[in-house]
Design a protein around this ligand. Sequence first.
Ligand code: NVA
Length: 352
Amino acid sequence: MPSARTALASTTAPSIQADDEWSPLKAVIVGRAGRASFPAAHPAMIKATMPTEHIHRFLPNTPFPRDIVDRAEAELDSLAAILKAEGVRVYRPLAGIDWVAEGGYTGAMPRDGLISIRNTLIEAPFAWSCRSKEIKIAYGQMLRQLAIEDENARIVYRSAETFADNLINESWDEKNPWVINNSRPAFDAADFMRFGSTILGQYSHVTNQAGVDYLRSHLPAGYRVEMLDVNDPHAMHIDATILPLRKGLLVYHPYKVTEEALRAHEVLADWNLVPFPFIPQAPDRPPLYMTSAWLPLNALVLDGERVIVEASDKRTIEFYEELGMKCIKCPFKHVNSIGGSFHCATVDLVRG
Ligand code: NVA
């Protein structure tokens, strides 16, 4: 006879249950920009990771232009509405946060700070100290709610040891390619992609070995992290390098990763691996303050058949349709401008 508690648990819809990038999306977080601000990270970090032409803008107390942020907020609201209309349960963080006053960045990019693996949601130990309160401020209330909704949900908040801040190397070179050292665990969740029990990740200017070990130590039983060989001297976030569109089909950035490097991982050994076929062009306006133009790879897959893409990006739409996907179009250029696209702006909570 099951106990009353077991019976209740088995009928409750999970609030966190996802371990890949393509199974049918049932619940998702969509970020909010708030009063988004150029993140005031260490100058060496900015130089290592941000587009050269915009480095001079990353100063304390510098909001992104108001019109860009307002439009980004409206685009995020449209994305949330599209997902709801597709039958996905949508969670949003607190509205109207003044990130300039907080000395922070934005709540629009939750993928950097949270990763779901089966029933576990892990908060990333950000390398950028200006982001260290981001999840707590914008998402704290939501995380508590997720735990209340589902007694099987497990939330791993950052541990105290991950807040130490002597991470930055003033210089880096071939022997030591990253701007962070290994003095405390650091990773951004967007340096990892989930393929079921295998999680593929990259080392980067925000993800160190201690961070990878920390992530490994918090995984549910049966999950493992493998590190991909990526050629990217400015590496920060793997989600414009590889994009699994469905089980067995992955699109990749051919200047950053090779088919051989991908196929070296058993989980991809028999996949169809397709190089992205052209060099994406940045729009004239608004500027891409924080990323390259490879954001077409930063798409959100709904279920292995449907993918959300920037509404005006005809070439990418044509390419994904050739691969058998149905493209759902959403304008997102102003979100792109402040740091990422559909994958960055969301966290899938329940798939399958
Ligand atoms: N930092 C990478 C990933 C962005 C999502 C880029 O700029 O392409």
